[in-house]
Write a protein that binds this ligand. Structure first.
Ligand code: FES
Length: 121
């Protein structure tokens, strides 16, 4: 059976939010997929352990683009701990599901966030 993407997915894929580097977002992280070579660079503005602002640039497939956009909306206002606790399944679920072989694409952005946060201190 052919996989059918959700309206939420198409909305984020065709109108991605929060692209680019926001003013004041001086914490940067990057992730390059070892599977396909696609990448995300993320920019965070974290104050008192809370993500105040977030932006990114993504070079990837439709799932990577939609997931980066959705993840950027989810993370604004979260604590660092809440952000790190997000799972690829949660992101895929909020997108209305993705094909099994695209789960790793939905987590590209989150891996870049982990990279940024490890530079905190
Ligand atoms: Fe590379 Fe999806 S195929 S991120």
């Amino acid at each position: 059976m052919q996989f059918r993407y959700s309206d939420v997915f198409y909305d984020h894929f065709t109108s991605p939010r929060n692209i680019g580097r926001p003013t004041g977002a001086d914490l940067c992280g990057e992730y390059v997929s070892g599977l396909c070579g696609d990448s995300v660079r993320v920019y965070l503005d974290i104050e008192d352990g809370v993500i105040k602002d977030i932006g990114y640039n993504v070079c990837g497939c439709s799932v990577a683009i939609a997931a980066a956009s959705l993840t950027s909306e989810l993370l604004r206002g979260m604590t660092v701990e809440q952000a790190l606790a997000l799972t690829d399944e949660e992101i895929a679920d909020k997108l209305g599901g993705v094909p099994d072989d695209k789960i790793q694409c939905s987590f590209l952005m989150h891996s870049a966030i982990e990279d940024a946060i490890k530079n905190l201190s």
